[in-house]
Ligand binder design. Sequence first.
Ligand SMILES: Cc1ncc(COP(=O)(O)O)c(C=O)c1O
Length: 377
Amino acid sequence: MRQIPFNQFALTGNELKYIEQAIHSDQIAADGLFSKRCQTLLETELNANKVLLTSSGTAALEMAAILANIKPGDEVIMPSYTFVSTANAFVSRGGRCVFVDIRPDTQNINEQLIEQAISDKTVAIVPVHYAGISCDMNIIMRLAQKYNLLVIEDAAHGLFSDYQGQALGTIGDIGCFSFHETKNYSCGEGGAIVLNNKGFVERAEIIREKGTDRSKFFRGEVDKYTWKDIGSSFLMSELQAAFLYANLEQAQKIKEKRCAIWSAYYQALKPLENKGLISLPVIPDSCEQNGHIFYLKTQSAEIRGQLLAYLKQNKVHAVFHYLPLHNTEMGKQYGEFIGNDQHTLETSRLIVRLPLYFSLQDAEVKHITKTIESFYA
Ligand SMILES: Cc1ncc(COP(=O)(O)O)c(C=O)c1O
C-alpha cells in the first residue's frame, strides 16, 4: 500500500491538450476561448444568471465585498468555523465580522442564532456551505429579506451541490466558488463569482478588470476603456481556464466518484457511530451534496490526536480543519462572537477529514476504514 495522500487534484486526461490549444489560440491572458467555455458551462449547469472566473475563491469574496460596498464599521455575519478568506475579504474593506456559532450536525452556521446577531450596522450574511452541504437557505433568505441584507454565499466547497433543487452559489445575491487544488474541480488556484442579482453584473466586470470597462471594450461596446471604479486584477489566465475546463467537462463523473467514496466511508464507519465512538456528518433532506469532504468527529481532542497519529503510522494522511477565527488575534481585533461558542471550538478540536479524491482507489478506502476500525478495536 502506498502512502495515501490527503488530497490529489483531479486529472481527466484533456488538461495538457487544452493548455496547448490555449497557447495556439494566441491568447493566454483572461477571457479567451476556455474562460468563455467554463463560464457558459457553469451558467448552464447551475442555471445561473452570470458567472465570471476569478483568480481564486478569495478573489471572488473580495469582489463580493466591494460589490456590497462594505465601508468601515459595517458588520457582516458569518461562522467563525471557516477559512480566513471569508472574513478577510470584508475586513480588508473596513468591515467587522460578527461570528455566529455552528450546528453540530452539519458544521454550518446555526440559522436560529443569526437574527440575534443582526444590528443596524449589518450589511450582509455570509453562509459558508461546509463540506458542500447547504446551510438552511430558506431561513437565511427570509432573514435577509426582513432586514434588507445581502446574502453572499461562500460556496467554495459547494460547486454542484443543491439546496431544494437549486444550485449552491445561485441562491443568495452573490455566490463564490474556489478552484484551489483541494476542491472537487480545480486549476491549481482559481475561483468564480456568481452574480445572481442582475444589478451587480456591470460593476463586477469593471471591478474584476482593475476598475476599468475593458470588458465592454473587448466586446466592442465602447471605443476605448478608462478608469471607472475601484478594482483589481481578479482575472483567471486562459492557461488555468484550459486546465479547469478539462475538469469541468467531466464534472458529473468526478462528482459520482467522490459521492461513491463518501458513501463507502459512511457505511463502513456507521457501526462505530452506532457504538457512540464517533459522530458522522448529517445531510439534511433539503440537500444534495457533492462529496467534497468526508469527516468524522472523535469523542475528545486527545483521541483525535491519537487517531491521526495511528492513521499516519498506517500510511494514511488524514487532517483536521479550521481553527476558529474568533480566537485568533485578527478575529479578536476585527470581529466579535455573538452568543455562546457551544460547537465552533468543539468541532475544530474533534474533526478528522479523510482522503477523498477522484483517483482514490477502492482498496485504499477499505484500508482507511479498516485502519479506523482497528484503532477503535
Ligand atoms: C470556505 C472557504 N472559503 C474560501 C476559500 C478560499 O478559496 P481559495 O483558496 O480559492 O482562495 C476557501 C479555501 O479553501 C474555503 O475553504
